[in-house]
Design a binder for this molecule. Structure first.
Ligand SMILES: [Zn+2]
Length: 239
């Protein structure tokens, strides 16, 4: 395969197009070969050393940021192509760049990755702090409405609620989640599942509305007990 006419589009930014030959080729200058890479001068293959490109290093295609930066840093660079017989066209395989340029580009990319990693950590910390603030506010609101609710229970309910309604979803949504209705709703759900046979009734095939009716009195009693500042039924046993 004699790549007589290299497409200009193969090298939009580079003066040099280096070819990975499909068939064995010898250098027209020094007769070395077969050449892994060559450059065509007046249609004659030349090795990279004869073409004064021997000091460049190959960077395979795939990492676009690294490739772009390596070429930016490199005073001299070349595009490496190979002819794809099946598709009938040259395809880019990578670039040849100066070694220090590649090292510098790698450093810049690493620095970018590092700064992205640090930003992710900062973001995660900020979200965790928001979540914690929200959970704290939610628990405080539970205890304001239900002073008789045990503190660890309030924290458990709020932790569960903040999984969904946290600062992550924005201030207004968090505010809505802290409304009295939402707080009562979370407490009722918790009482229903933990302090009544609700889940077992559902498992036994009772429809939800019927199960809720059956446990309504028990839920009400528990909420009433928690609303009273005084001691809940099983809290101390000193009544
Ligand atoms: Zn040569």
């Amino acid at each position: 395969m004699a790549p007589a006419a290299l497409p200009v589009s193969a090298a939009p930014h580079s003066r040099f197009v280096v070819v990975q030959p499909i068939r064995p080729k010898l250098c027209a200058g020094c007769r070395r070969g077969p050449l892994a890479m060559l450059i065509l001068e007046d249609a004659a293959p030349r090795c990279l050393d004869c073409a004064d490109l021997g000091h460049l290093v190959f960077l395979a295609r795939g990492d676009t940021a690294l490739t772009r930066r390596a070429r930016e840093e490199s005073g001299l660079s070349a595009v490496v192509v190979r002819f794809n017989r099946r598709k009938g066209r040259y395809e880019r395989q990578g670039v040849l760049v100066e070694e220090p340029a590649l090292a510098q580009a790698e450093e810049r990319c690493l620095a970018d990755a590092e700064s992205r990693r640090r930003r992710r950590i900062r973001d995660a910390r900020r979200r965790a702090a928001q979540d914690a603030r929200f959970a704290e506010a939610f628990a405080a609101e539970i205890l304001r409405l239900f002073p008789g609710c045990p503190q660890d229970r309030a924290q458990e309910i709020s932790a569960h609620a903040s999984l969904r309604g946290s600062g992550r979803v924005g201030r207004s949504a968090a505010g809505r989640a802290l409304s009295e209705g939402a707080v009562v709703c979370a407490v009722v759900a918790s009482v229903r599942h933990l302090d009544t046979p609700y889940d077992r009734l559902l498992m036994n095939g009772l429809p939800r509305y019927a199960a809720r009716r059956q446990i309504a009195a028990a839920v009400e009693a528990r909420l009433r007990a928690w609303r009273d500042t005084g001691v809940g039924e099983e809290d101390t046993g000193t009544r």
